[in-house]
Design a protein around this ligand. Structure first.
Ligand code: IMP
Length: 189
């Protein structure tokens, strides 16, 4: 079957293809001529994932899914959460977000945090949700050059290096998105 993934990120598509296996053909909105950003104006990860998948469903009426991820820091009441991409402002760089996060957490001893990914899947009009979480903590000084976003300050539980110090393969083995995709993949075996 064909399943449209609400993303313009080819790396996310490769990852989804690898996890969902050969019974599902993952296509991108661009393959049906949709360019530009899909709106995401929700106040939760669930709302955003649903909004993006409904947008595609309304447009194409084909099975589709969307993901949304946030970094949730316990000492900040779950922030930056759904605002992770633009924590330091609407047009900020990832490094600005990291800088703001470290400033906000300067005097914090509770460093616990998690990446939470929510997928909304629409197969025949009714949405289903899948969640993937990776627990960890925020260090005080960024380390590593790999990955993206908050990777240089996030150390997953049970590891002594940041996501940015891991190989892509190591990170993808335990990532929040992989965990959410794996839950969804159980529908397609
Ligand atoms: P998205 O929903 O995958 O676009 O993620 C939203 C934002 O969360 C990104 O812009 C990043 O700031 C952050 N984020 C999501 N996944 C990761 C990750 O694996 N590592 C670091 N930051 C991430």
């Amino acid at each position: 079957m064909e399943l449209m993934f609400a993303t313009a990120n080819i790396h996310k598509c490769y990852e989804a293809r690898a996890i969902l296996g050969p019974s599902v053909s993952i296509i991108m909105p661009s393959s049906l001529g949709l360019s530009g950003n899909i709106p995401e104006t929700g106040f939760t990860l669930e709302e955003n994932a649903l909004q993006k998948s409904l947008f595609l469903w309304d447009k194409f009426h084909i099975p589709c899914f969307a993901d949304d991820t946030g970094l949730e820091v316990d000492g900040l009441g779950g922030a930056p959460g759904v605002y992770s991409a633009r924590y330091a402002g609407p047009a900020c760089l990832p490094a600005d977000n990291v800088k703001k996060l470290l400033e906000e957490m300067q005097y914090m001893t509770n460093r616990a945090a998690r990446f939470r990914c929510v997928i909304a899947l629409i197969l025949n009009g009714t949405p289903q949700f899948f969640e993937g979480i990776v627990e960890g903590s925020i260090i005080r000084i960024p380390k590593g050059a790999g990955g993206f976003g908050y990777d240089p300050v996030f150390v997953p539980l049970g590891w002594d290096k940041t996501f940015a110090e891991m190989s892509e393969k190591e990170k993808n083995e335990i990532s929040h998105r992989k965990r959410a995709l794996e839950k969804m993949a159980r529908l397609f075996v």
